[in-house]
Design a protein around this ligand. Structure first.
Ligand code: ZN
Length: 403
């Protein structure tokens, strides 16, 4: 604990200066970040404000496609130019040892005694959202500490890969022929975010087929056409081409700009949110008003019928927020079914959401189950419902916060 106490006395500026170019200090800071220590928060806030020239590459793909060997090739390419590298190895699919194994493999190979290469394995804590957050924080730390290249290596084809691709400057998806890595089977979200495809082990049979499938993918919404690079990483073949593809993508810069914007917002990510109202499903608004209006004294300021939702609503300003009483118009409405199943009660929580479109987009990319497309409802606000299955059992209504 003494160490942490010592660091507490440093200002974030002093701490940031100390980390730059010092692998041991960087490792200690990484531990603070992983443990979500308050002083690490201040450090990250500072680093996210500092301009960083780091390139963050997400490297993802199924186990066995040779990501670590590819990472090793990229490290060597950057080190040959005396550039510094950080590798963050994450394995959310294997809570016990997977991440450690990845990192160890790289470490054992040749970089363990090179201070120009910082390697961190992420022991996952089973919570995907937490892993994604910790990973992006570590990447931010490494980039902010002046590393030229930050490789974030993830295993599997799950949510974390999509999240990582979301904050990397360049997302590289690695496949290999004959690995059962059939393009159809890959998570659609991952295909959407891939900036560069690498077919590793390209000396094996089935390369042409895989290449064909990748070239047949539907065009990406932002107009970027991912490059397809063939590598045989253990022989060092194709690494130069991969690097070229990464640089080309970086120059296109759309993702770097997005990542910068994302990070700039990090500090204020949760500022501006508030609870707009709590939705309470009742059989009869008039009867419920007997309590809320007559007994508690809340004013039913606003009543309206929302035909497309099959409900009448009454909004009552209450306790700095609002309570929305919802009464079904008929037995067919979703609220009627809710009451039939569970009785009257708390039906949804509505959050006023800054950067609404961006948030909805992020939810969509992350695979959260949205019940409707954003639309305009009572009081003229734009809203979207998120299914309880994605939120921990509560129906969540996100309402656009106009800026
Ligand atoms: Zn509502």
């Amino acid at each position: 604990m003494g160490r942490h106490q010592g660091r507490n006395r440093l200002t974030p500026e002093e701490w940031a200066d100390r980390i730059a170019g010092n692998v041991r200090e960087l490792a200690r800071a990484a531990t603070s970040v992983e443990n979500r220590r308050p002083e690490a928060e201040a450090l990250l806030r500072l680093l996210s404000e500092r301009a960083s020239g780091a390139l963050i590459v997400g490297l993802t793909g199924s186990p066995g496609v040779g990501k670590s060997t590819l990472a090793d090739g990229l490290i060597r390419a950057w080190r040959a130019e005396s550039k510094t590298v950080a590798v963050i190895a994450v394995d959310p699919t294997s809570p016990q040892s997977g991440g450690a194994i990845l990192g160890d493999r790289i470490r054992m190979q040749r970089h363990w005694d090179d201070p120009g290469v910082f390697i961190r394995s992420m022991a996952t804590r089973g919570h995907t959202g937490g892993v994604a957050r910790a990973t992006s924080d570590l990447a931010l730390l490494c980039a902010g500490s002046g590393r030229d290249l930050v490789i974030v290596e993830t295993v599997g084809v799950g949510q974390s890969e999509v999240d990582v691709a979301g904050f990397a400057d360049v997302a590289v998806v690695v496949l290999a022929p004959g690995m059962g890595d059939d393009v159809q089977a890959m998570k659609a979200g991952l295909m959407e975010v891939a900036d560069v495809f690498t077919i590793n082990k390209a000396d094996r049979e089935g390369v042409e087929q895989l290449e064909r499938e990748l070239h047949q993918l539907p065009p990406r919404a932002d107009g970027w056409t991912p490059s397809v690079v063939k590598t045989v990483a253990h022989l060092g073949q194709g690494i130069a081409e991969l690097r070229e593809a990464i640089d080309k993508c970086r120059q296109a810069n759309f993702r770097a700009r997005r990542a910068a914007a994302l990070w700039a917002k990090r500090a204020e990510q949760h500022a501006g949110w508030s609870i707009d109202h709590l939705g309470v499903a009742v059989r009869s608004i008039d009867k419920a008003l007997g309590f809320y209006r007559d007994s508690l004294g809340f004013d039913a300021a606003h009543r309206e019928t929302v035909a497309h939702e099959g409900v009448n609503v009454a909004m009552l300003p209450a306790a700095g927020s609002r309570i929305e009483l919802i009464e079904p118009l008929d037995d067919g409405s979703a609220v009627a079914k809710f009451i039939a199943g569970r009785g009257e009660g708390l039906h949804h929580v509505a959050l006023r959401t800054p950067r609404f479109r961006e948030t909805v987009e992020r939810l969509r990319t992350s695979g959260a189950r949205l019940i409707n497309e954003p639309r305009t409802g009572a009081g003229g606000h734009t809203y979207v419902f998120v299914h309880p299955e994605s939120t921990g059992g509560v129906l969540l209504e996100l309402i656009e916060e106009k800026e």
